[in-house]
Each structure stands twice: as structure tokens, then as C-alpha cells.
Design a protein around this ligand. Structure first.
Ligand code: GRG
Length: 308
């Protein structure tokens, strides 16, 4: 999908490659510390869910927000940021279960329950939720953040992952199967299911970097996150409708699951335009707060131009 605002000066492929390496290294360290705390039955499933592929977008956004707001890359933000990836990994492990989307394939590989069985994935996913929060608590302490800031970080992650956010969105998603949802209902579903954790990624970076919890730059990051969250989902629907399972590395499609999508509602071109509109809103949120962040601007474009 071409973005009218594509950022020629910023080398997004090189940036993503460097940042992914940073995230993968921190994920390896996190798993080294956390896997011994998980039941033996769940360890292989957790390892597969966390380490097999993935764009690592949520930690990358968190690190980019932190650094855009003056946080130093030397302070270990990537250790904290992988808490988001642990929650994301659990959500995909559970999302693929037979009682949810019943998906055999993700990221080009058989899903963890196909390899290790449902009990390992149900329990491993559940273990990841608390391990992610424990990891956030430990890493924010190691960064030297104050206790009020650390509590706020935990609150942001817990709210985004839970009933008000991703789990609530997933419930709306299941309820919506076989129903024809309108634009407002679809936006609400995806603000929660996909958008809440993406927004929390920006917010965690902002809270960790800023000198005050009520700093206006935090609101700008939340607005940017909300806009790219919707853009991400609209782009996902376009990819789902226009690329095949092999290219995407996942199955089944939204159509096979009888889900409402932005493409069904707006058509492919209408959905592309709507995604572009959200990207413009995301950029406006940064500009309105005077935040200069070439990486975040380029990431907003990447969200709608990615091919998987
Ligand atoms: C407790 C059973 C139970 C469920 C918990 C499963 C769940 C609630 C929520 C899942 C919601 C969900 C799957 C959200 C993610 C939506 C999404 C667009 C995922 C794909 O994200 P990418 O493209 O994935 O960033 P990669 O593979 O790059 O990591």
C-alpha cells in the first residue's frame, strides 16, 4: 500500500533490522530468566510462541517513543519493552487455539498447540501474562525508575492487556463472528483487540522517559498509538483479503472465519484510504505536540506498507 506521506530520508528497513536484533537479544535474556519459573509442561510452547518469527513491532514502538522523548538507548529500555512482546506472544498462542480462531499456521509455522498440545498452550499463555508483568516490574527497577513510575507502567500494561483492552476486544471479535458490524463497532472492537496493546507500547515508552506522569507528550503518544493501531488493523484486513495464506504465513482467513472486516465494509481501495487517513492523524498527533520523531513517522508509514 503506498502512503502519500512516505518518508524518503529515513531508512526504515535498516532501522527495523537493528531494532529487531535489539529486541531478539533482550527476549533471549528475558526467556533465560523467566522460563525456569514456568511449569516444565509449558516451556517448549512458551519458547515457540515467543521466539518463532514476528515483526517485534510493539517493543520497537516502545523503544522509539522512549528515545524520541529523550530517553537514552543505554538505559535498557529494550529489556522493559519485551514485556509487551510476552503479552503479544500469549495473545497469539491463545488466539490460535481451537476454541478461538482454530488456526494451524502462523508466521509460516505450525501453531504451538499443533506441536505441543492445547494444555501446554493454555497454561503457557496464562503463565506468560504474569511473567510479563513480573518482567516489567524487574526491568523498570533495573532502569532506576521511581516506584510511582513503575506502578504506572504496570497499570498501563495490565489495562491494555485485560478486559478493558485486548481481552475485551477479543470477546467482541468472537461475538461479531457471523454478524455484520458497522464502522463504529468495528473501530471499537479493534481499538481494544489490536489498538490497546499497540497504544500501550507508546505509552510505556513515554511514561518511562518523561519527567512527569501527566506530561502532554504522553497524551500525544497515546493519540499516535490509537491512530496507528487502527491503521495497523485496516492494513491487516487488506493483506488478509489480497495476499494468500502462504505469503502471509497464516491461516485461516477472516472470510473463512466469517468476520466483519474493513475491506468488507469499505472495499480494498476505501480501506487503503482509511488507513492513510489514520497515518495522517498519527503524524498530526506528534506534530501537534512538537515531537520530532523520524523513526515514529516512518513506523506509521510502515504499518500500512508492510507485506505481512
Ligand atoms: C484468554 C483464550 C484467551 C484469550 C485472550 C487471545 C486474546 C485474548 C486476544 C488476542 C487478540 C489478538 C490476537 C490480537 C492481535 C491482533 C493482531 C493484528 C495480531 C498480529 O500482530 P502482528 O502482525 O504479529 O504484529 P507478528 O507475527 O508480527 O508478531
Amino acid at each position: 500500500m503506498d502512503s502519500p506521506t512516505a518518508h524518503a530520508a529515513f531508512d526504515i528497513p535498516a532501522f527495523l533490522q537493528t531494532e529487531r536484533r535489539r529486541v531478539e537479544a533482550a527476549l533471549g535474556r528475558a526467556l533465560g530468566a523467566l522460563l525456569p519459573l514456568a511449569p516444565v509442561l509449558t516451556r517448549d510452547a512458551i519458547r515457540q510462541g515467543v521466539t518463532t518469527g514476528g515483526k517485534r513491532l510493539r517493543p520497537i514502538l516502545c523503544m522509539a517513543a522512549y528515545e524520541a522523548l529523550g530517553g537514552s538507548p543505554r538505559h535498557g529500555i529494550e529489556e522493559l519493552a519485551v514485556s509487551l512482546e510476552l503479552i503479544h506472544a500469549y495473545s497469539l498462542m491463545h488466539d490460535d487455539l481451537p476454541c478461538m480462531d482454530d488456526a494451524p499456521l502462523r508466521r509460516g509455522s505450525p501453531t504451538p498447540h499443533m506441536v505441543y498440545g492445547e494444555p501446554a498452550v493454555v497454561l503457557g499463555g496464562a503463565a506468560l501474562i504474569s511473567l510479563a508483568h513480573l518482567h516489567l516490574w524487574r526491568t523498570s527497577g533495573a532502569m532506576g525508575l521511581s516506584d510511582p513510575v513503575r506502578r504506572e507502567l504496570l497499570r498501563v500494561l495490565a489495562r491494555a492487556a485485560g478486559a478493558e483492552g485486548m481481552v475485551g476486544g477479543q470477546a467482541l471479535d468472537l461475538w461479531g463472528e457471523g454478524r455484520s458490524l458497522g464502522r463504529q463497532e468495528l473501530d471499537e472492537l479493534h481499538r481494544r483487540k489490536t489498538g490497546a496493546l499497540l497504544t500501550a507500547s507508546l505509552e510505556l515508552g513515554a511514561v518511562a522517559a518523561l519527567p512527569a506522569l501527566d506530561h502532554p507528550a504522553r497524551e500525544a503518544m497515546v493519540a499516535y498509538g490509537g491512530a496507528i493501531g487502527l491503521a495497523f488493523q485496516i492494513a491487516d484486513d487488506v493483506l488478509d483479503a489480497t495476499a494468500d495464506a502462504e505469503a502471509l504465513g497464516k491461516a485461516p482467513s477472516d472470510a473463512a472465519l466469517d468476520k466483519s472486516t474493513y475491506v468488507a465494509l469499505l472495499g480494498v481501495e476505501g480501506a487503503r484510504k482509511a488507513a492513510g487517513h489514520q497515518v495522517a492523524e498519527a503524524r498530526a498527533a506528534l506534530a501537534g505536540a512538537g515531537i520530532e520523531a523520524p523513526a515514529l513517522e516512518a513506523l506509521a508509514d510502515y504499518v500500512v506498507t508492510r507485506d505481512r
